[in-house]
Design a binder for this molecule. Structure first.
Ligand SMILES: O[C@H]1[C@H](O)[C@@H](O)[C@H](O)[C@@H](O)[C@H]1O
Ligand SMILES: [Fe+2]
Ligand SMILES: [Fe+2]
Length: 311
């Protein structure tokens, strides 16, 4: 089935009008060495600070346009429709590894830091975690699968536009926080002026739990649904990481805390660990996919009851 998506066009393109580098990029020198000893690089493979959305470079105009489209089209109504449709998981049957290979067809236009094939990013993340946390095999597998939802860009998954698949995520149904990348573009989102959705709590209540929020639609929530509905035995922290790994306003800028419950507070600790590896392992260091394959196949078998998953 093809989903028709009405896409609103930005009124006027504005490039790089805001000064100041990557707002959520607050790096404390003390934090540069992770618990496990992973050394955080100072620059990405383009020689720029990580997640600097205002740094001029070949990728910047495209990333800017991406966020403009994302912010004006991700509405409460849109997310509700997408969630309902994709919860059916009636499109494809395939294994996790097949999906990893498919992901190589995908280009992520939202990412200013990545220029290697996606499968390498998955394995770079997983292997960096494995080095520092050798006993947490569930976290290695989480690294491998966290971005698989990006297959939504491919024809057999409905070929969704980039703004409905990648990039940072945020809750809809309440006010958009200022810490969200390029928040200026929310002014053209129809929810921005809707009094039901534009207050601090909007349709939510204090400490209602992240599970009760509708998040902007994309690869995080989709992969969470796939893992959960295919009865993974991964722990709840793994599902939390998959579901909220692009929620930088929460895990990096500390916004939306008033909506978290106690379980979220616990899970957030693991998400923060994970995030460093997800972000800073992006490098030009190539990985040997075939050599690593047997180890990851054994983890998939351990944590997913069926070889073929419903997507
Ligand atoms: O551009 C990136 C990329 O799409 C990642 O996969 C996502 O998790 C990040 O949050 C986003 O900023
Ligand atoms: Fe991601
Ligand atoms: Fe990632």
């Amino acid at each position: 089935m093809t989903i028709l998506i009405e896409q609103q066009q930005p009124q006027q393109p504005e490039f790089g009008v805001e000064g100041g580098g990557g707002k959520d990029h607050v790096v404390d020198e003390k934090e540069l060495v992770l618990d496990g000893g992973f050394l955080v690089p100072h620059t990405n493979s383009f020689g720029q600070t990580f997640r600097d959305y205002d740094a001029e470079g070949e990728r910047q105009p495209g990333v800017d346009i991406f966020y403009q489209n994302n912010h004006i089209n991700q509405t409460y109504d849109f997310v509700q429709r997408m969630r309902k449709e994709y919860s059916k998981l009636n499109r494809v049957e395939m294994s996790i590894w097949e999906c990893c290979e498919l992901l190589n067809e995908v280009v992520d236009e939202s990412d200013p830091d990545l220029d290697v094939p996606q499968i390498e990013h998955l394995l770079q993340t997983a292997e960096a975690i494995r080095k520092d946390y050798p006993n947490e095999d569930w976290l290695h597998l989480t690294g491998l699968i966290h971005d698989l939802g990006k297959v939504l860009l491919l024809p057999c998954f409905g070929e969704l536009p980039q703004w409905a698949v990648v990039g940072d995520i945020f809750p809809v149904g309440c006010a958009f926080d200022k810490s969200i990348v390029h928040d200026k573009y929310f002014k053209e989102n129809p929810d921005y002026n809707n009094p039901a959705y534009n207050t601090q709590y909007g349709v939510y209540s204090e400490r209602c739990g992240l599970n009760n929020l509708l998040m902007s639609w994309g690869h995080d929530d989709y992969m969470y649904l796939v893992a959960k509905e295919n009865n993974t035995t991964l722990p709840s922290a793994a599902l939390f990481i998959i579901r909220y790994h692009s929620f930088y306003a929460l895990h990096t800028a500390g916004a939306y805390k008033h909506l978290m419950n106690e379980e979220d507070v616990e899970n957030l600790k693991w998400l923060r660990v994970f995030n460093k590896y997800d972000l800073y392992s992006k490098s030009k260091v190539r990985v040997d996919v075939e050599k690593l394959k047997p180890y990851y196949l054994s983890l998939i078998e351990k944590y997913f009851p069926a070889a073929k998953l419903r997507w």
